[in-house]
Design a binder for this molecule. Structure first.
Ligand code: ADP
Ligand code: MG
Length: 385
């Protein structure tokens, strides 16, 4: 995977003549589960050379497949593709470590996991105590980088963790009434959202796990997070630097880590009347995300962010001044073939999006608390007092 990391890190914000950089798209295959095996499922995905993904409907031998040239819509190439043996650390270091570095330089970054329910999104993002995921590894790396460079307590790290469920935004660190989204010059603000000041990694895993337990569950399956819930962790790093004329300036970099709702088509459920409303809303958020991605791919001037709460919140994580990473999670089970194919098609499309990440040096000239991010953070802090 180290060669993949090298290839990936050559992306850079300025290495592209259009002045933008495209979204990096990764695929992660999870191991087949015992339950799937017991149900007689075969493995229908093969990952070759850390990049290529082949979908083989009935666990066909890949060589037969290649010989028959039946690969239309069945072969995809991504920036990196992780086989089921990849560790949490492999995934973190290839997909997100570079963004943590950028955030420490006052830039924004975002990573989002997309895929059907059970495909491994929450495992990838949050992970377990034994195998912490991208959210925890990113924060750990952030603190260790801050310590290594003896930044003298100059860096302040704030965490917020929120959920979009049924077009309602909730604070996962402080459950209560739904939050209202407001748009002002600084962008979209969730009024009253907790900004938790983090001092070390140790407290973070417990905090995030508690937050995850606060995610909405189905009344019929109280121990399972609803597949319709989107979770967004935002890590804001605020610090002061001296600019060229020796003025102290404030800078903020923000990393957004997003565990999206299950991407499967609305399934028939036992409580259809209640669910149909929720189903429609979840479709609304994911459909809105798809339309934004399509509009971005086509280079449209108008991107329909306003169509859902999710896309409003992701506005500066998709098309704006942001380094964006998408991780498509897939199951190897032949019983999930069509979901996997949908996920791969969507991921393939997402490769075409271009984003423009600000160069870190553009922001050095901005006066104290003059950046949009700084204003936003100050405002949020005021609201939380
Ligand atoms: P999702 O959030 O996409 O619905 P989960 O992350 O909850 O899916 O994963 C479903 C199940 O598969 C969980 O029990 C999880 O622990 C397990 N799982 C997912 N990915 C992996 C992986 N890479 N290695 C081991 N177990 C995994
Ligand atoms: Mg999940």
């Amino acid at each position: 995977l180290s060669t993949i990391s090298e290839k990936v890190s050559s992306r850079g914000g300025s290495g592209d003549d259009s002045g933008g950089s495209r979204i990096l798209v990764f695929v992660r295959l999870r191991p087949i589960s015992r339950k799937e095996r017991e149900a007689g499922a075969g493995c229908c995905v093969k990952i070759v050379d850390g990049r290529d993904v082949y979908l083989t409907e009935f666990a066909t031998d890949l060589n037969d497949y290649l010989r028959l040239k039946r690969l239309r819509g069945r072969h995809f190439t991504f920036d990196a593709s992780f086989p089921d043996t990849a560790t949490q650390h492999d995934v973190y270091s290839t997909t997100t470590a570079e963004l943590v570095e950028a955030v420490l330089q006052g830039r924004n970054g975002s990573v989002f996991c997309y895929g059907a329910t059970g495909a491994g999104k929450t495992y990838t993002m949050l992970g377990t105590v034994e195998n912490p995921g991208v959210m925890v590894l990113a924060i750990k790396d952030l603190f260790s980088k801050i310590r290594q460079r003896s930044f003298d307590g100059n860096h302040v790290v704030h965490l917020s963790y929120l959920e979009v469920y049924n077009e309602t935004v909730r604070d996962l660190l402080s459950p209560g009434r739904p939050l209202v989204l407001r748009e002002d010059k600084q962008g979209i603000v969730a009024a009253g959202l907790t900004q938790y000041r983090a001092y070390s990694t140790d407290e973070v895993m417990a905090l995030l796990q508690q937050g995850n337990r606060n995610r909405t569950t189905e009344p019929t399956r109280v121990n399972e997070t609803s597949s319709r819930s989107h979770a967004i962790l935002q890590v804001a790093v605020e610090y002061r630097v001296k600019d060229s004329s020796n003025n102290i300036v404030n800078r903020v970099g923000k990393l957004s880590l997003i565990d999206l709702a299950g991407s499967e088509r609305a399934l028939a459920t036992d409580q259809r009347t209640l669910r149909s409303l929720e189903g429609a809303n979840i479709n609304k958020s994911l459909l809105a995300l798809s339309s934004c991605i399509n509009a971005l791919v086509e280079g449209k001037k108008h991107i329909p962010y306003r169509n859902s709460k999710l896309t409003q919140l992701l506005k500066d994580s998709l098309g704006g001044a942001c380094n964006t990473v998408m991780i498509a999670n897939i199951s190897p089970s032949s019983h999930s073939f069509s979901e996997t194919q949908n996920t791969l098609h969507w991921a393939d499309r997402a490769k075409e999006i271009r984003t423009k990440a600000y160069d870190a040096h553009e922001e050095i000239q901005v006066p104290d608390s003059g950046t949009d991010q700084a204003k936003l953070l100050l405002e949020l802090q005021k609201e939380n007092r």
